[in-house]
Each structure stands twice: as structure tokens, then as C-alpha cells.
Write a protein that binds this ligand. Structure first.
Ligand code: ATP
Ligand code: MG
Length: 264
């Protein structure tokens, strides 16, 4: 098998005196989805910021296609084909869908001082790239601000695919969405995977992760509880690990006791 797109081994990161990540290992392969699960403050965003070139790791090893890397900026990560979609998407709400699609890499026509924005090509390329992903937008001229949260995520995913990303990182793309919209976004995650991208999906919802995930990295307070292949963990076990099993049982007991007191 060829080298994974991304491989991190016992990676660690501290912010001043805060130990945000310690001894975390996982891999991302082409055509697979690696899910990163964990509660608030578990270190999920810290991990993907290292992969995306926003922060650098202090310890451990970070390999891209078999070679050690240390990105100085998000631009460097992007140049290696690692694209990241943040939850608070970097879109310009009043700008049209197609302008947002190109943001910074608009097609032009003409030459030198006569270069002009090629609107027609921009609109057509956006429409066909979205259609290829099965996204049917009535009007690519409409402002991005008029799209639903789920549609925006879908446009961002289509954009990364169109511009040739090898790795697509999604930080909680379904967190703010209703059940139906979350389902739509997960379908595009699966499509990006089927097109051969390696996807990193961050979520704290095991029910969003399990149907699309090939591998599950569980984080808790900056440490790894393990990285499991789908064959080695059931949805029940994943949910139990995430909920902190015993802690939840204790809470349930406590709440029931409190309700009992109230009735007496
Ligand atoms: N820039 C920073 N400076 C100092 N501490 C930070 C910084 N970023 C994160 N931390 C700390 O590192 C730990 C991990 O944070 P991180 O954002 O990676 O968690 P997370 O799993 O993404 O959580 P959430 O689900 O809330 O997004 C937390 O204790 C957080 O307070
Ligand atoms: Mg986070």
C-alpha cells in the first residue's frame, strides 16, 4: 500500500503551560474518512490546526505522503493539497456564490493591464463544479449569505474538490445543523471520499461520524483514547466512549435520586 496522505505519530502541542495535545497518532488515507471525536477542549481543533499549518507541533512526527513536514503557514499546507473548511466559514456573505467559490483565484480574460474578471466562465465553472457534486443551486449569482448553513458547507466542500485538494479537513461541519441538513453535508463528505480525497471529519456526534467514517480517533483532554478501525469498534462502543460511560450512568443515577426526593 502507498504511503498515507497524512501520518502523525505521538504528536504533542502545548500553549504556554496548557497541554493541549499529547501522544496522539492517526493516519489519513486517500479514499477514506478519518473521524476525530472528543468533547469540548479535547484537542480536536488543535490537532487539525497542526495539520492545516496554523500551528506547529512541539513533539512527535508529522508526515505528508511519507515525508516529514513542519508547515510555516496555512498556505504551505494548501500547496501540499491540504484544504481546511472551518466552521465559521471564511465567506463574504454579500458576495455571490460564484465569487466566493473562486475567492482569490478568479478566472480572468485578456492580458496584462487589459486583464478582466471572466464572469461568464466563473459562473459556468462554479455551476458545473457544484453540479458534479450533485449540488443544484438555482442561481450562482445569489449572495452566499442567502444560503443555508448546510448549503454553504457543501459549496466549500465542492470548492476544495474543484481546486484539487488531496486532503479535506472539516471542523465540525454538522455542529450547527438540523438532522436533515447534517445528512446532506455527510453525503458530500462521502462524495469527496469517493473521488479519492482523504477526509478528516471533526465532530462530537458519533451518529454523524459512524456512517461515513473508516477510522475513529478518540480524544479526551488532549490525550488519545485510541484510534480504531471501523471493524474494531461498534456504534454503541463509540457512543459509550464518547459519553464517558460510567460518568453518564452516575449522572443518571443522581438525577433519578433527585427526582425521587422531589416526589417525596
Ligand atoms: N490559542 C490557544 N492558547 C491557549 N490555549 C489554547 C489555545 N487554543 C486552545 N487552547 C486550549 O487547548 C485545549 C484544547 O483546545 P481545542 O480547541 O483543541 O479543543 P476542541 O477539542 O477543539 O474543543 P471544542 O469542541 O470546544 O471546539 C483547551 O484546553 C483550550 O483551552
Ligand atoms: Mg474545536
Amino acid at each position: 500500500m502507498s504511503a498515507p496522505l497524512i501520518e502523525v505519530t505521538e504528536i504533542g502541542k502545548t500553549y504556554g503551560s496548557v497541554l493541549a495535545l499529547r501522544d496522539v497518532s492517526t493516519i489519513v488515507r486517500a479514499g477514506e474518512v478519518t473521524c476525530v471525536l472528543g468533547d469540548n477542549g479535547a484537542g480536536k481543533s488543535t490537532l487539525i490546526k497542526i495539520l492545516a499549518g496554523v500551528h506547529q507541533h512541539d513533539t512527535g512526527e508529522f508526515l505528508v505522503e511519507g515525508a516529514p513536514v513542519r508547515f510555516g503557514s496555512p498556505r504551505e499546507a494548501l500547496d501540499r493539497g491540504i484544504a481546511t473548511v472551518y466552521q465559521d466559514l471564511a465567506v463574504v456573505p454579500l458576495m455571490s456564490v460564484w465569487r466566493n467559490f473562486f475567492l482569490g483565484s478568479e478566472p480572468t480574460t485578456g492580458w496584462g493591464p487589459f486583464r478582466m474578471l471572466d464572469r461568464r466562465r466563473g459562473r459556468e465553472t462554479t455551476r458545473s463544479a457544484l453540479a458534479e457534486m450533485g449540488i443544484d443551486l438555482r442561481d450562482v449569482e445569489q449572495p452566499v449569505g442567502t444560503l443555508s448553513g448546510g448549503e454553504r458547507q457543501c459549496v466549500a466542500i465542492a470548492r476544495a474538490v474543484h481546486f484539487g485538494a488531496k486532503v479535506l479537513i472539516l471542523d465540525e461541519p454538522t455542529a450547527a445543523l438540523g438532522v436533515k441538513q447534517a445528512g446532506v453535508v455527510l453525503r458530500y463528505v462521502a462524495q469527496a471520499r469517493d473521488r479519492g480525497l482523504g477526509v478528516v471529519l471533526i465532530t462530537h456526534n458519533p451518529h454523524h461520524a459512524y456512517p461515513v467514517g473508516d477510522r475513529f480517533l478518540l480524544l479526551k483532554r488532549g490525550r488519545s483514547l485510541g484510534c480504531f478501525d471501523k471493524a474494531d469498534i461498534s456504534i454503541e462502543e463509540l457512543t459509550r466512549q464518547m459519553a464517558g460511560g460510567a460518568e453518564l450512568a452516575a449522572l443518571e443515577h443522581e438525577l433519578r435520586a433527585a427526582a425521587g426526593d422531589g416526589a417525596a
